[in-house]
Ligand binder design. Sequence first.
Ligand SMILES: Cc1cc2nc3c(=O)[nH]c(=O)nc-3n(C[C@H](O)[C@H](O)[C@H](O)COP(=O)(O)O)c2cc1C
Ligand SMILES: [Mn+2]
Length: 488
Amino acid sequence: MPYRDLREWLEKVDQIGELLRIDGVHWDLEAGVLSCLTDKMLLLDRFPGYPPGFRVLSRLHRQTLARFFITSGWSTEARGLELIRAWLKRLREFKPVHPTQVSEGPIMENVETGEQVNLLKFPAPRAFEKEGGRYLGTGHAVITRNPDTGLINMGTYRLQLHDRHTLGVYASEGRDGRVNIEKYHSQGKPCPVVAVVGIDPGLFMASVEHVVHTGGVTELDFAGWLKGQPEAVFPGRFTGLPIPAYAEIAIEGEIPPGVTLPEGPFAEWVGYSQQRDAPVINVKAVYHRNDPILTVSIGREVKPPGKAGFRTDFIRSALIWDQMEKAGIRGINGVALYGNRMAVISLDNLYAGHSMQAANIAGHCHAGAYWTSYIIVVDSDIDPTCLEDVIWAVMQRTEPKRAIQVLEHCWSSQLAMQDPSQVQKAEYAMRPERATYISKAIIDACKPLEWAPSWHEDVHYSPELKEQAKKKWGAILGKGSEKEYRIL
Ligand SMILES: Cc1cc2nc3c(=O)[nH]c(=O)nc-3n(C[C@H](O)[C@H](O)[C@H](O)COP(=O)(O)O)c2cc1C
Ligand SMILES: [Mn+2]
């Protein structure tokens, strides 16, 4: 049975024993640190100073596989590379499921506008000691419209709570939402916006994954497909933007041009925190259900490619794989992405130039382009989800001067540590403060085809010989040691 909303999803998670309810936790640091100390979903209630029922659901970004299966209405026994392959198969069946228009829904149980708006009524957490404030949006979705095409976009860009009716919004350069905001601002107009800060994990996944808008597909269409039923939406009264009618909390307003406030420091997934200036949302309306649940993604202490931090790497891996195939790359045996920053492609290297072609597409297709600094290509005998084998191939099959190429002026992020002189050199001389590039290293760790006469023989036992030995001696040996796979 599909789930319509967060509450139905939570019931299913409760049934598999992955929901923890805790009362009386403080929004300042305590909710954050608790989120690092469990694998379960945390439903927090009775925050000191807040009415009971004003809840926070934490760990929206760190789903176990069991919870991902609930979210996607799908499951498989496959793990490692086979899991990525299985999800790719499902992804290929994607058909947009358009939202349906409704005139009301539970989110209209409470509607506050103008002077009634008070964002401080929600127990928004400050998650880390070094964070510069409270965040209302970390496990949410921001909806905007492209003023040229009318296409709706949904992406997750964090929201700092500045005061009763003002939020900071930080969208990284090149995000669809950021492009939309800049389009309005370049016309001197405010950008209409809806932020859904109490959201089910299906909508959230649509918001954080790189949905490609080819053919006018939107993240809402993706969510409808993923959840197995169309999303019910109604038009916001100030912006006309679609608001999911069964969500918990939605905020409507506009982002004025030329206004920024200091934002952060915020504990980034990369393992650092920084402060910078960011645009603001002036809030005009708040919609919420009775006993609303604020959803958050806080408490990320694990640094990429740490296993616990990025259980969804396999989803993005399949997306890159899909986009590479659509660009015509043949012979792909596997793709594994590590915490957004490094991708490994395993390939039947069929002809001279094939591995470089694959590397360049992997590093520049939409799902793989953003800030991936290292693209490694290995032969198809290497499992890309096993870092041990990947690094072995890099060490044993390459001659660095031949294997490593560095591409310049690639899609970056202000989260990147930067050589300040690079900014000055950039071609954006008109607005150097905006220009952030990275270089990208390709490591072609496939055995060079032209060196075939000197390729060495790999050392390994045939699977048959191992099976025979296990049959004969297995009882004495017990369970053998296993390779560590960094992607589930
Ligand atoms: C928990 C979480 C928080 C995120 N926060 C931000 C953020 O603050 N700013 C940002 O630009 N991207 C953030 N992202 C990534 C974007 O939401 C993601 O790349 C999304 O696909 C962007 O959608 P778009 O391509 O439609 O802009 C976050 C992702 C996750 C999983
Ligand atoms: Mn988008």
